[in-house]
Design a protein around this ligand. Structure first.
Ligand code: KG4
Ligand code: ZN
Length: 370
């Protein structure tokens, strides 16, 4: 494999249709992400059937645009990489089927990639581009709308070749799901992470009503469903219908309300609730990462997934009092994208470890190296 080798990455595991062209040096020649947010936000979450239909509609123009932006023909590619799982079966199938078609027609290898490994490679790619060394073994925390997983990652044989051990995961909702459900419960709409992130800074966090659950069995595991329930109870104990209605009307009026518009329809008590939620969820993540660092002796922490965009989480894990250096990808590479899928395929290209045309969606695909 030469440094000029280029991989076309394709990602369709959830509600983003994405394609990217990345080379072995880590240079991104194109990255196209077509979001389905407008379609799913009406329902307060991702509707799998609608996601598959939208991927079908978008996959051809998205891949074509990526190749055009990269000024690249199929014959210039060394491989096509596609998310094989975990994710929604029907959504994954669209990307996999299209990638197989490209592989067959262009005579280039097909590489099925684990979406979670993709998120981890978003951080490795940033480090490679900035010639920065990540200290191994590292903890890898993936925090998104579908996942809350904590791994121990050690170096494998080749460059950027890692081996993983699952240390902890959520037993119920993912942390992004908790952000989204708290937001929907209070009329902020879907997705909730970005708006709660902005507004929480204007509230004063109290201890109530959120608590960090203590986990039987593996104490490093997470549980976020209690946060949603606490927000629902908090809302039920108050007369918030008019306040919530005002926020719904704001969302109907404007696709992307400004901070000032949100603040106009969000009284202090609600801002304090959002601050408490963000603080407790952050305390929970930080405590588990500290415990995992102490338990494993890992020398750094890498964080990826949509919730890695959260400003408070970035600040607390990058604080000098946190016991290890914490690395985050730039925000566009934190949320779902295809750059990370192409990046994760390079070690496999170097090993000539290709997928056959029997590659099928693996909705529950795991990451641990057996
Ligand atoms: O990785 P991602 O794009 O898709 C999944 O694989 O789920 O993550 C989306 C999730 C949503 O739950 C969204 O609310 C959350 O990431 N999110 C945030 C922020 N930006 C996105 N959560 C907290 N703070 C943010 N700034
Ligand atoms: Zn993801």
């Amino acid at each position: 494999m030469t440094l000029d080798a280029r991989i076309l990455g394709i990602e369709t595991s959830c509600d983003e249709t994405a394609a990217a062209v990345v080379d072995a040096r880590g240079a991104v020649h194109a990255s196209v992400v077509s979001s389905q947010l407008d379609i799913h936000s009406v329902y307060g979450g991702v509707v799998p059937e609608l996601a598959s239909r939208e991927h079908l509609r978008n996959i051809v123009p998205v891949v074509r645009q990526a190749l055009e932006e990269a000024d690249c023909a199929y014959r210039d590619l060394s491989a096509v990489a596609v998310t094989a799982g975990p994710g929604l079966a029907g959504a994954l199938l669209v990307g996999i089927t299209y990638a197989k078609g490209i592989s067959f027609a262009a005579g280039i290898p097909l590489i099925g990639v684990n979406h979670l490994e993709g998120h981890i490679h978003a951080v490795l790619l940033d480090a490679m581009r900035e010639s920065r060394e990540i200290e191994f073994p590292t903890l890898a925390l993936i925090v998104s709308g579908g996942h809350t997983h904590l791994y121990l990652a050690e170096r494998g044989e080749g460059a950027n070749d890692l081996r993983y051990r699952l240390l902890a995961r959520t037993r119920d909702d993912a942390i992004g799901e908790a952000y989204d459900k708290v937001a929907v419960t209070l009329g902020f709409g879907y997705p909730g992470g970005p708006v709660i992130d902005k507004l929480a800074a204007y509230g004063v966090p109290a201890k109530e009503p959120f608590t960090i659950p203590s986990m039987k069995g593996n104490p490093l595991d997470f549980s976020f469903s209690g946060y949603k329930t606490a927000a629902i109870r908090w809302r039920e104990a108050r007369l918030l219908d008019r306040e919530i209605q005002a926020r719904r009307e704001l969302r109907e009026r404007c696709a992307a309300p400004t901070l000032e518009q949100w603040l106009e329809v969000t009284p202090r008590e609600t801002l304090d609730l959002l601050a408490s939620f963000q603080q407790t969820a952050g305390d929970n993540v930080e405590a588990n990462c500290r415990a995992a660092l102490a338990q494993t002796g890992a020398r750094s922490l890498i964080v990826s997934g949509g919730v890695a965009c959260n400003s408070a989480l970035r600040a607390r894990l990058r604080d000098s009092r946190f016991p290890a250096p914490a690395w985050f990808p730039e925000p566009q590479l934190s949320t779902d994208n295809a750059v990370m899928i192409a990046a994760a395929a390079f070690p496999r290209l170097a090993r000539k470890e290709f997928s056959g045309y029997s590659l099928n969606p693996l909705p529950g695909m795991r990451l641990e190296s057996e």
